[in-house]
Design a protein around this ligand. Structure first.
Ligand code: GUN
Length: 279
């Protein structure tokens, strides 16, 4: 039976550490405030945004909510971002993605001042990660590094296979694993012999957005399997990109869905918010 990597517990530990750090900063007169922008009322985005605001409240930083109607123009959103960039009382800004189709997502991301980009999506922060300089790191991959480290899973020298090449997860994940001295392979929808490559992984990180795609045949005995996916099944239950019940019997360690990677994203967002306060 595999070790179950408990993201709920680890994310709680991190939030508690951050809560203490915020209390110490407050004694020194340093306050934190995160501006959270949501355009439209996508139900999934609303849940994420609510959870982010709750996490701010828990660790003791202020959150300011900007709920804009679906029909907001790109210009209006850019002007709000500019106003928040210039506001010295705001130290972190995030715009929940996706934005409506009439907006250019890349333009929105680039508009956020890199020093307030707690999502780590700005090209300047991504570039810093590529060349190994300091900057904000995308929260989900940063959370996965914490999950591995805090579960006692060694990374250096291991073969890590990342399945998925998105800007938010796959690409920064590969760079972070490289920074931790893993040997990294990135796979995607056009990869030949995906199964064979996955079977060589000591650490398999899956972010492909296909429910239960990774079965036991994709996994080497004893491998650590990290599942970034989250899907609602017809029976109402949640599942990931990994067929948990099948893979658990062969993996050395595995993240559940829910309660694995998901809670770590918000914990690392809070980590980035606290980092801005210490700059
Ligand atoms: N949409 C899905 N994940 C994220 C995230 O981590 N940050 C933002 N801003 N939007 C998202």
């Amino acid at each position: 039976m595999a070790q179950i990597i408990d993201g709920k517990k680890i994310s709680q530990e991190i939030k508690d550490e951050l809560k203490e750090a915020v209390a110490v900063l407050k004694e020194k007169g340093v306050e934190g405030a995160l501006a959270v922008i949501q355009v439209g009322a996508d139900p999934a985005s609303s849940v994420y945004v609510r959870n982010k605001k709750r996490a701010c409240e828990y660790i003791g930083i202020r959150s300011e909510s900007y709920e804009l109607p679906e029909g907001t123009s790109e210009e209006e959103l850019l002007s709000l971002i500019q106003k928040l960039n210039d506001d010295s009382n705001i130290n972190g800004i995030l715009c929940q993605l996706p934005v409506p189709a009439h907006m250019d997502e890349n333009k929105i991301i680039r508009a956020i001042a890199p020093g307030k980009d707690v999502d780590g999506f700005h090209t300047q922060n991504v570039g810093a990660l590529v060349v190994g300089q300091s900057g904000f790191v995308s929260c989900t991959p940063a959370g996965i590094i914490q999950l591995l480290k805090r579960s006692g899973i060694d990374i250096a020298g291991k073969h890590c296979v990342v399945v998925g090449r998105s800007n938010i997860v796959g690409k920064p994940m590969a760079l972070l694993m490289l920074k931790e001295n893993a040997t990294v392979t990135v796979c995607h929808s056009k990869t030949a012999d995906l199964k064979g490559i996955c079977r060589e992984a000591d650490i398999l990180i899956v972010a492909i957005g296909k429910p239960k795609f990774i079965t036991a045949e994709y996994v080497k005995e004893g491998a650590a399997v990290i599942d970034v996916g989250i899907h609602r099944q017809e029976n109402g239950k949640l599942c990931g990109d990994v067929d948990f019940d099948a893979v658990e019997t062969i993996a050395g360690a595995i993240t559940p869905v829910p309660g694995g990677v998901g809670p770590m994203t918000i914990a690392m967002l809070m980590n980035n918010c606290v980092e801005v306060m210490t700059r």
